[in-house]
Design a protein around this ligand. Structure first.
Ligand SMILES: Nc1ncnc2c1ncn2[C@@H]1O[C@H](COP(=O)(O)OP(=O)(O)OP(=O)(O)O)[C@@H](O)[C@H]1O
Length: 650
């Protein structure tokens, strides 16, 4: 018996529907892109499943999308000959959101329409976008391979629930009928629809058909009108964008294609489209987005690469085709050599895939190098009469893009140092840092090297939680005094990444917070001698300090790195920095027990006062706790610290 069943939308869907109709209203036409894109996906799925089961075509191998409308009934229908849905699939797919991260996404919505619509754009509303323009949607479908009596009709007004019933449906595939709202009548117009298909869906590799119309003069003084002829015509180019020659593709088409595959509402920063020939043949179309997605930090996030084999869609998120540190790249790879029935497991092992991944990695790094090269056109540095290169319009358009890229993705790129040894030199060249002498993330290792002082033998850097903490760190004092630039590193990944980079272009990297400070040739003989003498006369005090702080420190020594501060904490060479230890502790990870070294500045009045003080023990502890505080740490027992300071203050 044919009965209707009413189902409720999953709570998140109901919430999303509400948002879709309210936030995306200003850009309602995107519904067409979404529905055509779903239709195209459904055809891709059928083509893929039919590789092993050709009977799924039911003798009708034509895969296509038809767009039609009925002015009188005020309906618009998008029909495809794709895989279709069974009743249960319709209930599951059109009543819930199966995407991972849905909850997280919902919690990020702020209620601010503009911000939310950006987020929703990234998340991808897909089918539900139909409700922007329709107050009722009817879906009729039958899954390929099921009998004609196993069709399904799904109807909903987009609030709260939907109805499902079994129907007879001879043809496989899905047809989606939108009952348009009164204010969406503009979509009942062939010209408008063609224009939108052209704008959003031209790259779709399937034919999109519309019924031909011709002008008919009105009779008996009635105005003329366009009437349908009953003949269908293909209104898109119907060839996958990446298969067309570069010269035939406009930047607008590249951008539109990007938006379609990425769900990003903004244009990408740059792209690269190539046919690669050699050991393995493939076409590569790769994009670098302008903004980081909200889940960039999830290293399990799949790379946004779609894999095709000889134009047949194989899978989304083919993570094997891009290293994890380039997971922000979006695009398409169409291989001529992989087998059509390739699985994710197989991908991991294939030699062709390795070659493609290496090729993709090199391509992305070249794109970044190109952006970096044209990032800064330093107009301020040009003076009257200088000869400057003529900058082409293309290159001018790249100005500032690398800076933007870096602020969005720089920290992820650094993961590459530990992940991709083969390219670590190229990656290192792409890194940018703040430094003690310049603002913003602008200093490359090469810039730094070109400014090194005569006699300077290392690239100095400091890691800290914040830029302010790095800039004001006591460890920087002597470097400031001598005018030596120090790179300031404040990304969480810096500590880890720098484990893998010990030198740049032959110059070692040296943390200013690790090991004894050795300024080498930068320190003159007189300074060295004075330090040695101070260490000698200070020996007894050092011994007492060491005893007083026996449980806290590994060693106490005299330093020349301090100018204004009395003391600082350093870790042993090769030891774990205090910042990394704090990060691990926050993450609940075990940290190896290691005690730091306390370095004291014998010139500082507080340190001088130590010697004759009756409060030696308290002062020693205060010195140590303050050194901890100064570099962003916390005394082991903050209350005891406060007590000691207060006792001395009164
Ligand atoms: N024309 C169609 N034919 C067959 N199945 C469809 C069709 N349209 C939608 N579906 C099914 O409904 C599901 C939900 O569609 P929806 O557009 O909401 O999300 P999606 O396509 O999975 O994600 P996104 O659109 O963000 O890529 C799809 O995954 C698919 O299984």
């Amino acid at each position: 018996m044919n009965t209707k069943h009413t189902h409720s939308f999953q709570a998140e869907v109901a919430q999303l529907l509400h948002l879709v109709t309210h936030s995306l209203y200003s850009n309602k036409e995107i519904f067409l892109r979404e529905l055509i894109s779903n239709a195209s996906d459904a055809c891709d799925k059928l083509r893929f499943e039919a590789l092993n089961k050709p009977e799924l075509y039911e003798g009708q191998p034509q895969l296509e999308v038809r767009v039609s409308f009925d002015k009188k009934a005020r309906t618009l229908t998008i029909a495809d000959t794709g895989i279709g849905m069974s009743e249960q699939e319709a209930i599951d797919n059109l009543g819930t959101i199966a995407k991972s991260g849905t909850k997280d996404f919902m919690s990020k919505l702020s209620g601010d329409q503009k911000a939310d619509s950006q987020l929703i754009g990234q998340f991808g509303v897909g089918f539900y976008s139909g409700f922007i323009v329709a107050d009722r949607i009817t879906v009729e479908s039958r899954r390929a391979g099921l009998s004609a009596s196993e069709g399904v009709r799904w109807v909903s007004g987009g609030s709260g629930d939907f109805e499902v019933e079994q129907i007879e449906r001879a043809e496989r595939g899905t047809s989606i009928t939108l009952h348009l709202r009164e204010d969406a009548e503009e979509f009942l117009n062939a010209w408008k629809l063609k224009q939108l298909i052209n704008k959003y869906s031209d790259h779709i590799s399937l034919p999109i058909l519309m019924e031909k119309e011709e002008w008919k003069e009105g009779e008996n003084d009635q105005p003329g009108d366009m009437v349908k002829t009953g003949e269908w015509e293909t209104v898109n180019q119907a060839s996958a964008l990446w298969t067309r020659p570069k010269k035939d593709i406009t930047p607008e088409q590249y951008i539109e294609f990007y938006k379609n595959i990425s769900h990003d509402s903004e244009a990408p920063l740059t792209w690269s489209h190539n046919r690669v020939e050699g050991n393995t043949e493939y076409t590569q179309l790769l994009y670098i987005p302008a903004h980081a997605p909200m889940d960039l930090w999830n290293r399990d996030k799949k790379a946004g690469i779609k894999l095709y084999v000889k134009r047949v869609f194989i899978m989304d998120d083919a993570e094997a085709l891009m290293p994890t540190y380039l997971r922000f790249v979006k695009g398409v790879i169409d291989s001529a050599d992989l087998p059509l029935n390739v699985s994710r497991e197989l991908l991991q092992e294939s030699r062709d895939v390795r070659l493609i991944r290496d090729g993709n990695t090199r391509r992305v790094l070249s794109m970044l190098e190109d952006l970096a090269k044209h990032d800064r056109h330093d107009a301020a540095a040009v003076t009257e009469g200088d000869v400057v290169d003529v900058v082409s319009e293309d290159d001018k358009a790249k100005e500032g893009k690398y800076t933007q890229f870096y602020s969005e993705f720089g920290a992820v790129l650094k993961e590459g140092l530990g992940e991709d040894f083969g390219n670590s030199e190229r990656i290192a060249k792409l890194l940018r840092f703040a430094s003690s002498t310049s603002d913003g993330l602008t200093v490359s290792f090469a810039d730094y090297k070109s400014r090194m002082k005569e006699g300077q033998e290392a690239i100095y850097y400091i890691t800290a939680d914040t830029l302010a903490a790095a800039r004001n760190s006591p460890q920087l004092e002597v470097f400031k005094k001598k005018g030596i630039e120090v790179l300031l590193m404040t990304d969480r990944v810096d500590e880890w990444a720098l484990n893998y980079l010990t030198e740049f272009d032959g110059t070692p990297l040296q943390s200013v917070a690790k090991g004894a400070v050795d300024l080498g040739k930068l320190q003159d003989e007189a300074e060295k001698k004075a330090a040695e003498e101070a260490a000698e006369t200070f020996k007894p005090t050092l011994a007492r300090l060491k005893q007083a702080l026996n449980n806290e420190v590994e060693d106490v020594r005299v330093t020349t790195r301090l100018v204004d501060s009395p003391a600082c904490i350093v870790v042993q060479d090769g030891g774990m920095s205090a910042q990394l230890a704090r990060m691990l502790k926050q993450a609940g990870q075990p940290i190896p027990q290691s005690r730091p070294v306390l370095e004291v500045n014998p010139e500082h009045p507080l340190v001088k006062k130590l010697e004759g003080s009756v409060h030696f023990d308290d002062l020693a502890h205060i010195l140590f706790d303050q050194a901890l505080l100064a570099e962003g740490g916390m005394p082991e027992d903050p209350a005891a610290y406060v007590k000691r300071v207060n006792a001395l203050l009164v």
